[in-house]
Design a protein around this ligand. Structure first.
Ligand SMILES: CC(C)(COP(=O)(O)OP(=O)(O)OC[C@H]1O[C@@H](n2cnc3c(N)ncnc32)[C@H](O)[C@@H]1OP(=O)(O)O)[C@@H](O)C(=O)NCCC(=O)NCCS
Length: 171
C-alpha cells in the first residue's frame, strides 16, 4: 500500500517542504535494500549489515517504509510491534535530503502504524549526543524513560530510551 503524503499525519498543521513536493511513502521491497543500506552506512558509525535489511523486508511483524522523492529512496524507517508495545528500530534520511521534513513524515507514519497495529506505547533508543534526532522525537511528544549505559559502539556512547504513549484504537 502506498500514497502521496500531503502533510504530517500525526501532528497536523501546514505541510512540510518535502510533503509539499510530493514525498511518496511506501513499503520497502527487496529492490530498495541497496539504497536503504547506503543511507544506513552514511548515517551511522555502527550500521546494520545489508543482510539484516534483506531479512526484514516483508516480515509481517515489521513495518518498513521508505520515503521516495523524485523517484529515489531518500529515507527509510522501521517499526516492530509485539502485543501492545512498539519499537522504532531505525529511522534515517539521506544526508543531502535532511531538514526537509522527510524524517518527520516517516516518524509520523510509524506513530500512526504503531497505533493501528494496537501498540499503546512506542519506544526507541537514541544516542545522547544526537541532538537533531532528539529534537525530532521531542516534537512528537517522546519523553525520556531511561538510559542504557555504553549501549552504542563506534563511538561508545549511552543510549537514551524514549517513550511515547499512544491513544487506544489506532483507526
Ligand atoms: C534524525 C533524522 C532522521 C531527521 O531527518 P530529517 O529529514 O532531517 O528531519 P526533518 O527535516 O523532518 O526535521 C523535523 C524536525 O526535527 C528537528 N531536527 C531534525 N534534524 C535536526 C537537526 N540536525 N538539528 C536540530 N533539529 C533537528 C527539527 O525540529 C525539525 O524541524 P524544523 O526543520 O522545522 O526545525 C536525520 O537527521 C538522520 O537521518 N540522521 C542520521 C540518522 C539518525 O541519527 N537517526 C536517528 C537514530 S535514533
Amino acid at each position: 500500500m502506498s500514497d502521496n503524503v500531503r502533510g504530517p499525519a500525526a501532528s497536523g498543521g501546514a505541510p512540510s517542504p518535502a510533503a509539499a513536493r510530493g514525498v511518496r511513502v511506501r513499503g520497502a521491497t527487496p529492490a530498495d535494500v541497496g539504497a536503504v543500506h547506503a543511507i544506513e552506512v552514511a548515517s551511522f558509525g555502527d550500521p546494520w549489515p545489508r543482510n539484516a535489511f534483506v531479512a526484514l523486508v516483508g516480515e509481517p511483524r515489521v513495518y518498513f517504509p521508505v520515503a521516495e522523492l523524485a523517484g529515489a529512496v531518500a529515507g527509510y524507517a522501521m517499526l516492530v510491534v509485539a502485543a501492545d508495545e512498539g519499537e522504532i528500530t531505525n529511522i534515517a534520511v539521506a544526508p543531502a535530503a535532511r531538514r526537509d521534513g522527510i524524517g518527520a513524515i516517516l516518524l509520523d507514519r510509524l506513530i500512526d502504524e504503531a497505533a493501528r497495529r494496537g501498540a499503546r506505547t512506542l519506544y526507541l533508543d537514541v544516542r545522547e549526543s544526537n541532538a537533531g534526532a532528539r529534537a525530532l522525537y521531542a516534537s512528537r511528544g517522546f519523553a525520556e524513560a531511561g538510559r542504557r549505559r555504553r549501549y552504542y559502539s563506534a563511538p561508545v556512547e549511552d543510549a537514551l530510551s524514549l517513550r511515547l504513549a499512544l491513544p487506544a484504537g489506532g483507526d
